[in-house]
Design a protein around this ligand. Structure first.
Ligand code: PGD
Ligand code: PGD
Length: 823
């Protein structure tokens, strides 16, 4: 590992160590004896091996005496994630929710009477019957009292993969059959780009196959990684990852061709590729891209023919670029003042990009910032000026860092899954007098704070509904949402909060009724392998019987539906295995229509998987090759059929904070910006050692915590100026909140920037108290909770200015990794 690399990397459980350290004795020894209850002793197989899968990959589980004792990555996985060690541990983690629990004050006083102590009170164990009766009573009361928009079930989060146990679809299925609810649109990952990109490219772009890695290795001459860390973030998949990006990245590295990383952090990917590291000030990328674009134009390095034939509106963007429209030419010198990358370097990049077959890849942090819509729009504009979109190895790519975008594809069928039952999926279409049926999901706190107030979203203005009850499954909003203290206050307005999870997250601790869900490893399911490659279908087999009183979300919602008189509509009379078989047989029909043979269900289930070969077409895929070949016959889904550098539709919306062409705008706060009240930018990257907040409650913590807390990367100069040494406990603070973390002093982050990864469990020293110190390190204590703009209203998790100091007070204990009292 090169000198100065991040602590995450230094503490890596290497693949080899991991494979040997998960041998039976090692893992079994870590299980708390108190967790080995009678129900745990009855495993799906008492002894033997079970093939199953997760967000982290496919694996074989070894079971001994009904206990899961060892996890071995699938031999076909080219780059297993070290996080699998935490997957096993998550089942036996001390944070498991064992029984249905109700907040004592809620149970004693009823809904709405003790909201302000939510998060502080203890919990009481109740029977499943009591718990479900309470839930059903509340669902009815809220609908009767407050109408169709009384309950928010727009519940978001990364749950677990599996086509049946999709807990969010199951929640909405139960709600849809019952009546109405408020839903959500979008997601926290790509909220800005998934709204702007359809205006620009006619597709979402962010969740689509990339020009494949073999094509990149052969044709790309310069690979640019603009704000991404693909070595870290490709570890996981929304479904079961095939990790196909890793051999792809290795093949590119083996060619010896250059890679440039543009990132405030010298990332693991930067080290892996031995790349040139350029570290602009965070949130200034649009200015830097404009500086490059201006140089291309001034030096006549842009591809005028491509712009003419394939794009719309460059002529309207040009006066802005040259300064004709606003008196400010977007020169490299102008850009350098903002982004701090020297003007000569910006010009050099323009010449380099134009001289080579260049792939501009970008991650998504850039668009989880104020005015995030502009980032990828400007990147696309830059790629248009280079004129290489649709050529092998050229253009841009927004998913090389995610779920192995660019992994060569197979021609397998697509599995269906349980649906949410229909009507609220298209919720935006039905408005009620009491407010919108669907809100942009990152605006949930605005909704709770301001019922009846107007909000804009992608050209529409609607009113926030007056929500009184929240039902959350498969997500951890007390980790994922911004400005924690504001959120705590908004949550206290709710009359009832119901949460299903298998662990005591902060979200569960801030609920009234908490129901213990099973982990994915305590039930059967089915899922595809390879988010973009679809190379196999895998049976996600149950490994052990449910621990304690945990039940699957499917069973819980079946029971609730039965109590509402809707069981048949919910289950359609099918058991877990009937559903799984049905999804498989649907795929078989698709396959046979394409003359592809699949084994029958029983043979598949016995073997555990069915594979589909990578095709020539899938191996050689070049994004936008068809469009480039014939833009008239293969138009894009935009109004002009071309790439829109200027959008008439966005112009018509008339938003001040989202102009009709890519534009540099000052974010609400940034490093050294006009509104910077604090001296440091806080970047909130995705963690190497977990998936958001998932697995934070496991043994993996030992691989990354510093002084038992989330690590805070801080540059040597910034640390010295504050008397902070490596390993010190530090306090990070701004006007919104404060948290403790453990300092990692390094030169692998630019001065003026600190990094605390998202997903650290919120552990307030005084829960429910405004501005409470967080003992463990939830970075969303200090981030801003505003929409990216009126267009997408997405989250700005990467927008935060703060300061840091050595913590000298009495160090509070970290409490969040054990269960609450009585639980
Ligand atoms: P997870 O930790 O994955 O985080 O936020 P998200 O809420 O998705 O939470 C999933 C929860 O579901 C866990 O508590 C897990 O135990 C539970 N779960 C898993 N399987 C099941 C199941 O079968 N049933 C039930 N009932 N529960 C289950 C992630 C979100 O955070 C995302 S996607 C992004 S991209 C954002 N990123 C940032 C960021 O970059 N910066 C900041 N500041 N903030 C962010 N927040 C966002
Ligand atoms: P981040 O880590 O937030 O990841 O993928 P995404 O690309 O959004 O940011 C990537 C890089 O951007 C970081 O190295 C960060 O320093 C840099 N960066 C931050 N701000 C700026 C900026 O202003 N300018 C520039 N140039 N760079 C900047 C996240 C993706 O990862 C998502 S959305 C999900 S849901 C998954 N989450 C995880 C996860 O939690 N853990 C792992 N291991 N893997 C994941 N994969 C997915």
């Amino acid at each position: 590992m090169p000198k100065g690399s991040t602590r995450f990397a230094q503490n890596d459980v290497s693949r080899r160590t991991f494979l040997s350290s998960t041998a039976a004795a090692g893992v079994l020894a870590t299980l708390a004896p108190s967790l080995l209850t009678a129900s745990a002793a009855r495993a799906a197989v008492a002894d033997g091996e079970v093939f199953s899968a997760s967000h982290w990959g496919a694996f074989t589980a070894t079971v001994q005496d009904g206990q899961w004792t060892k996890i071995t990555p699938w031999e076909k996985d080219p780059h297993p994630s070290h996080q699998l060690e935490g997957v096993l541990d998550s089942v036996y983690s001390p944070t498991r929710i064992k029984y249905p629990m109700v907040r004592r004050a809620y149970l004693e006083n009823g809904p709405g009477s003790s909201n302000e102590t939510r998060g502080q009170d203890d919990f009481v164990r109740v029977s499943w019957d009591q718990a479900l009766e309470l839930v059903v009573k509340e669902l009815k009361r809220v609908e009767e009292t407050y109408g169709p928009t009384g309950t928010y079930a727009g519940s978001y989060g990364w749950k677990s993969p599996g086509k049946l146990h999709n807990c969010q679809n199951l929640l909405r299925r139960m709600m849809n059959i019952k009546g109405n609810f408020v839903n959500s649109a979008g997601d926290y990952s790509t909220g800005a780009s998934q709204v702007i990109m359809p205006h620009v490219m006619g597709t979402l772009e962010v969740y689509e196959q990339q020009t494949t890695w073999p094509v990149v290795a052969e044709h790309t001459e310069l690979f640019v990684i603009w704000g991404a860390d693909p070595m870290v973030t490709n570890q996981i998949g929304w479904i079961i990852p095939d990790h196909g990006a890793y051999p792809g990245m290795q093949a590119f590295k083996d060619t010896g061709k250059p890679v440039i990383c543009i990132d405030p952090v010298r990332t693991e990917s930067c080290d892996f590729f031995d790349a040139e590291w350029i570290a602009p000030k965070p949130q200034t990328d649009v200015a830097m891209m404009l500086g490059i674009a201006h140089t291309l134009y001034e030096e006549k390095l842009h591809d005028a023919d491509f712009l003419d034939e394939y794009t719309f509106g460059f002529d309207k963007f040009l006066p802005y670029l040259t300064g004709e429209s606003d008196g400010v030419p977007k020169t490299a010198e102008w850009a350098a003042e903002i982004c701090s990358v020297p003007a000569d370097k910006i010009k050099e990049l323009a010449r380099l990009f134009a001289s080579k077959r260049t792939m501009l890849s970008s991650g998504w942090s850039l668009q989880r910032q104020h005015h995030g819509e502009q980032r990828h729009w400007m990147l696309v504009t830059l790629a248009c000026m280079l004129g290489q979109i649709g050529l092998p190895g050229g253009g841009f790519g927004l998913s090389y860092h995610y779920s192995s975008g660019g992994s060569p594809g197979a021609s397998g069928p697509v599995l269906s899954g349980i649906t949410d039952g229909g009507k609220a999926v298209d919720g935006a279409a039905w408005l009620t007098e009491s407010g919108a049926a669907t809100i942009p999901l990152a605006r949930v706190v605005d909704m709770l704070e301001g019922p009846g107030s107007d909000f804009n979203f992608n050209g529409k203005t609607q009113k926030y509904p007056d929500v009184k009850m929240v039902y959350w499954v498969g997500g951890n909003p007390f980790a994922h949402h911004q400005d924690r203290n504001r959120m705590v206050k908004a949550w206290q307005k709710l009359e009832t909060v119901v949460v299903h999870d298998f662990q005591w997250t902060a979200t569960a601790r801030f609920a009234d009724i908490v129901l213990p869900a099973t982990t994915s490893y305590e039930r059967n399911d089915i899922e595809q392998y390879g988010d973009y490659s679809l190379k196999a279908i895998i049976g996600m087999k149950k490994i052990v019987d449910p621990l304690f009183e945990a039940r699957s979300d499917f069973d819980i919602f079946t029971d609730i539906s039965a109590r509402l008189g809707n069981e048949r509509a919910f289950t359609e009379g099918k058991t877990e295995l009937d559903w799984i078989k049905g999804f498989y047989e649907g795929a078989e029909k698709q396959a046979s229509a394409k003359n592809t043979e699949m084994p029958d269900f029983d043979a598949f289930w016995d073997k555990g998987y069915v594979e589909f070969p990578v095709t020539e077409e899938g191996r050689n895929y070049v994004r936008y090759a068809d469009f480039r070949e014939d833009p008239l016959l293969e138009p894009l889904g935009t109004p002009s059929g071309l790439i829109e550098i200027y959008s008439n539709n966005i112009e018509k919306m008339g938003y001040d904070d989202c102009p009709p062409h890519p534009t540099w705008m000052e974010p609400v706060e940034r490093l050294d910006g006009p509104n910077a009240k604090f001296p440091l930018h806080v970047t909130t990257s995705h963690p190497r050692g977990r998936l958001h907040s998932q697995l934070n409650g496991t043994v993996l913590r030992k691989t990354y915590t510093v002084a038992d807390r989330e690590p805070c990367l801080i540059n040597t100069e910034d640390a010295a100026a504050r008397g902070i040494a490596d390993g010190d406990i530090v306090r990070i603070f701004n006007d919104r909140g404060q948290l403790l973390a453990g300092a990692t002093v390094t030169d692998a982050i630019r001065p003026g920037v600190i990094r605390v990864c998202e997903g650290g469990w919120y552990d307030p020293v005084e829960p429910g108290t405004d501005g409470s110190l967080d003992a463990y390190g939830d970075v969303n204590n200090v981030t801003v909770d505003i929409g990216t703009s009126s267009l997408a209203q997405a989250n700005c998790g990467h927008t935060a200015i703060a300061d840091v100091e050595k913590f000298t007070g009495e160090v509070p204990a970290v409490k969040v990794f054990s269960t609450p009292a009585n639980a």
